[in-house]
Write a protein that binds this ligand. Structure first.
Ligand SMILES: [Zn+2]
Length: 425
């Protein structure tokens, strides 16, 4: 059982409430501001099969950068939209998000009211927009999709539109989003399911369709469209997601500078060429496609878990977010991540111990932030419960991408076990 933090003020920001309906003024203003933000950028928003589509509908978008919202706003005009937004987006500007009809949630928790709020928005005849990956894509490819999506679609009986952005990761890769690059952006909004079609499909079939329709790979898009990323700093930060050396297998000793990625353990170097391929400066090029390297790392983690060789423990620095006025510094704490126990965060605040646990089945993925602006640009992970969120800065560098892989793999393994147990009964 969790022991909550001993806050002086016991109140929490209430996520369990229905959103306001977005008024036309806000819809208009959001579109205007988005247009201004997109001005001068090379972008194209294409719609497929949406000619006669009117709300209510469910809009599912991939997620790479804030610019995703600005592009999606071009396709949904002139209808009002409610976006599902993470609680950290609410800090200080919560009143604004409430006015524009956003729905607050804590990431990767079992937020039962979220389902009700979504239903309410659709019943009002509006558009419900969701970014089901729930965080920016670390490597420009489709991240983990929760299987609850299929159920949500079955339940609500509205059309489903998939919005797939291409190029947004090339423009602002999550691992170095402050330094933008020149890249053409192409957004495709496509009606993928009518209520009648959804009605005839099983939940698993719907989930398989979503996986197919929302799939993307920004590095493949770069090669196919022959886009050249010429910025001399283009590989800076890439070591945050490519953290394991495929040559000497050492983890967390990768680094990057300029257009190069290198291993500080064995000294091997790779250059990220303007056309989008990686090339080893000497010897074999293990992976010329960045997402292949990323997928290989996931396999390594999976294998460590399978061989009972995975565990993590660290002293972390914690900031929490029980309400949305400011982050509360909680000081140092001990974080562990184990195959059976999941995440455990243990510390002390105002003289009393707190204990937060998230079992593998309670969290299907992990909220990771690189260079997190609100907290002095740290790399951190957020462990959320249903009424609090803990932003943890690790003391060991460059570990957070692996923690996210491990969280997802432990969740999937626990789900498999659960299914096997059910079938055995
Ligand atoms: Zn190496």
């Amino acid at each position: 059982m969790d022991i909550e933090v001993n806050y002086r003020n016991k109140n929490r920001y209430k996520t369990a409430r229905y959103p306001l309906r977005q008024r036309l003024f806000w819809t208009w203003l959001i579109r205007l501001l988005s247009k201004i933000a997109l001005h001068g950028k090379d972008y194209r928003v294409e719609t497929v099969g949406m000619e006669n589509l009117k709300p209510p509908y469910l809009l599912l978008s991939n997620h790479m950068h804030f610019i995703d919202f600005e592009l999606a706003a071009q396709a949904t005009w002139p209808y009002s939209v409610s976006n599902v937004v993470s609680i950290d987006g609410y800090v200080i500007k919560f009143f604004l998000l409430e006015w524009i009809g956003a729905i607050a949630t804590r990431k990767f928790t079992m937020d039962l009211h979220l389902i009700k709020s979504i239903r309410k928005v659709l019943q009002r005849g509006d558009i419900l927009a969701m970014y089901p990956e729930a965080r920016y894509s670390p490597c420009g490819t489709l991240a983990f999709l929760p299987e609850s999506l299929g159920k949500l679609i079955k339940l609500n009986k509205v059309p489903v539109v998939a919005v797939v952005h291409h190029g947004n990761h090339l423009y602002a890769p999550f691992w170095n989003f402050r330094k933008k690059r020149k890249a053409p952006l192409h957004t495709v909004c496509k009606l993928i399911l009518t209520p009648e079609q959804a009605n005839e499909m099983s939940v698993d079939q719907i989930n398989a369709l979503l996986k197919k329709e929302l799939a993307y790979d920004d590095y493949r898009y770069q090669k196919e469209q022959q886009i050249r990323i010429t910025e001399p700093y283009r590989a800076e930060g890439l070591h945050k997601v490519l953290y394991q050396c495929p040559h000497c297998m050492t983890e967390f000793k990768m680094d990057s500078a300029g257009a190069e990625l290198f291993c500080t353990a064995c000294g091997k170097r790779w250059v990220w060429e303007e056309g989008g391929s990686l090339r080893a400066l000497e010897g074999e090029t293990e992976f010329d496609h960045i997402p292949d390297w990323f997928a290989w790392e996931r396999e390594q983690v999976k294998q460590q878990i399978r061989e009972d060789n995975y565990s993590f423990s660290d002293e972390v620095e914690v900031w929490s977010l029980p309400r949305v006025y400011r982050y509360i510094p909680l000081g140092k704490a001990r974080m562990t991540h184990q195959p059976d126990q999941g995440f455990v965060l243990e510390g002390e605040y105002r003289g009393e111990r707190y204990f937060i646990q998230r079992l593998p089945l309670q969290t299907n993925s992990l909220h990771v932030e690189y260079d997190f602006g609100p907290l002095k640009k740290i790399d951190c992970v957020d462990i959320s419960t249903e009424n609090d969120s803990f932003y943890c800065k690790l003391s060991q560098p460059n570990r957070i991408t692996k923690l996210a892989f491990a969280t997802e793999e432990l969740y999937l393994r626990s789900m498999e076990k659960l299914r096997a147990d059910k079938e055995a009964k």
